[in-house]
Design a protein around this ligand. Structure first.
Ligand code: NAD
Length: 251
């Protein structure tokens, strides 16, 4: 699949949280397949580095500093991108954080922050782009959920709720916008090698891996492949779905 330059030829994709990790891998793969890329991240320094890498692939790329949990900032993103590129075809809602803790110890701020950055952001950014996708009579919204939103996970009540919320949101938007040929889907990664998981103690990692039928963690590039499929015309009859990329952890 990788490297077919016509797959997303001249489409414009926005990737939230695209400065590093899974979002960065998505940006690079979509660019290799012909898309111009906007990296929307609060970490503008890291975003600039990723934009440089994407530019080396011969595609246009722009970093936009945004806190996706802030409604007015995130909603403005659509206009900023439209003014710069003249179109928007793909939104990838990828920005996310964890603030783990057992429920009895979880603080209200930890709940609020995770819901705002992981879930409200998806509402905010989708609001910002939907009118442009609608005018073009077509487009793709792809959100990064998690296996944890499907299975639950001890210590992640806030995170699991935010990711399950993304799945409900995805199915609803898919129904509301199908007539305008806007396809809305999610990818649910399992346990992926990024900064988010690198800090886990070795024992916890081993325990997680022992439950994965394929016996290993996934890579950001393996998530990017599923996003590329959902962003391309190869998936034009698919909407309201969750693609699980989890090594068989949840079936
Ligand atoms: N790593 C995993 O195992 C795993 C598993 C399932 C789902 N996911 C999901 O994949 C997505 C990407 O995760 P990752 O592992 O690459 O994480 P990461 O921490 O490496 O990257 C997250 C990115 O989001 C950005 N970000 C955070 N808060 C933001 C905000 N308020 N506004 C704008 N940008 C913000 C960060 O600056 C960073 O660039 C997340 O939604 C995460 O929940 C990850």
């Amino acid at each position: 699949m990788e490297g077919d330059p016509l797959k997303l030829h001249d489409r414009v994709a926005i990737i939230t949280g695209g400065a590093q990790g899974i979002g960065r891998a998505i940006g690079l793969l979509l660019a290799q397949n012909g898309a111009d890329i906007v990296i929307a991240d609060k970490n503008d320094q890291q975003a600039e580095e990723t934009v440089q890498e994407i530019s080396l692939l011969g595609r246009k790329s722009l970093a936009v500093k945004v806190d996706v949990s802030n409604f007015s900032e995130a909603e403005k993103l659509g206009k900023t991108v439209f003014d710069a590129f003249g179109r928007i075809d793909i939104l990838v809602n990828n920005a996310g954080i964890t603030r783990d803790g057992l429920f009895l110890r979880m603080k209200e701020e930890e709940w609020d922050e995770v819901i705002a950055i992981n879930l409200k952001s998806v509402f905010n950014c989708s609001k910002g782009v939907i009118r442009y996708l609608g005018k073009q009579r077509g487009g793709k919204i792809i959100s990064v959920a998690s296996v944890v939103g499907q299975m639950g996970n001890i210590g992640q009540a806030n995170y699991a709720a935010s990711k399950a919320g993304i799945i409900g949101f995805t199915k609803t938007l898919a129904r509301e916008f199908a007539s305008r040929r806007i396809m809305v889907n999610a990818v649910a990664p399992g346990f992926i090698e990024t900064d988010m998981t690198r800090t886990l103690p070795e024992k916890v990692r081993e325990e997680f891996i022992s439950n994965i039928p394929l016996g290993r963690m996934g890579t950001p590039e393996e998530i990017a492949e599923a996003v590329l499929f959902l962003a391309s015309d190869a998936s034009n009859y698919i909407t309201g779905q969750v693609i699980n990329v989890n090594g068989g952890l949840y079936m």
